[in-house]
Design a protein around this ligand. Structure first.
Ligand code: HEC
Length: 128
């Protein structure tokens, strides 16, 4: 019984990505992919089992109601500029410094096309 309740809860989150634009659906996949966005390490991503995800940051359920597209884009580009002291990485700022491997110097953590897709997905998260 408990398992049925949990899986129906997870399914209830999934329609956020279903029916969304292909870009937003790609963004949902990239956000969850441990090799790309890996946002679930800190956040609950709607449509996923919260037991597999982090609680360092707020749940992203309903974030498309709380923040508009420009605010979401700015936050993903450089969260520290908007929320000083936050542990959320600045995904759109070029990585520099002695501990950044040479191949990654000057590149953002996530390329612009990935950030665009993730922002498109975030705007669809309109269920609290
Ligand atoms: C290392 C942990 C960490 C990672 C990784 C991370 N975040 Fe965050 N995020 C946070 C924290 C902490 C906050 C709260 C910001 C603050 O300090 O006020 C936050 C805030 C946010 C918010 C605003 C939520 C709100 O309700 O105001 C959004 C949207 C967001 N993150 C999206 C993402 C996305 C998309 C990714 C993946 C590309 C990501 N985050 C990766 C830690 C993280």
């Amino acid at each position: 019984m408990a398992a049925a309740v949990i899986s129906s809860t997870a399914a209830a989150g999934a329609p956020d990505a279903q029916g969304a634009s292909p870009l937003a659906q790609q963004g949902a996949r990239w956000a969850a992919d441990p090799a790309v966005g890996d946002c679930g390490i800190c956040h609950h991503l709607p449509g996923h089992d919260p037991r597999d995800q982090g609680t360092v940051g707020p749940s992203l359920a309903g974030v498309g109601l709380r923040l508009d597209e420009d605010a979401l884009r700015a936050l993903l580009t450089d969260a520290r500029a908007l929320r000083p002291g936050t542990v959320m990485p600045a995904y759109g700022r070029p990585a520099t410094g002695p501990r950044v491997p040479p191949a990654l110097q000057g590149k953002p953590l996530l390329p612009a096309n990935v950030r665009d897709a993730i922002v498109a997905w975030l705007t669809t998260l309109r269920h609290g």
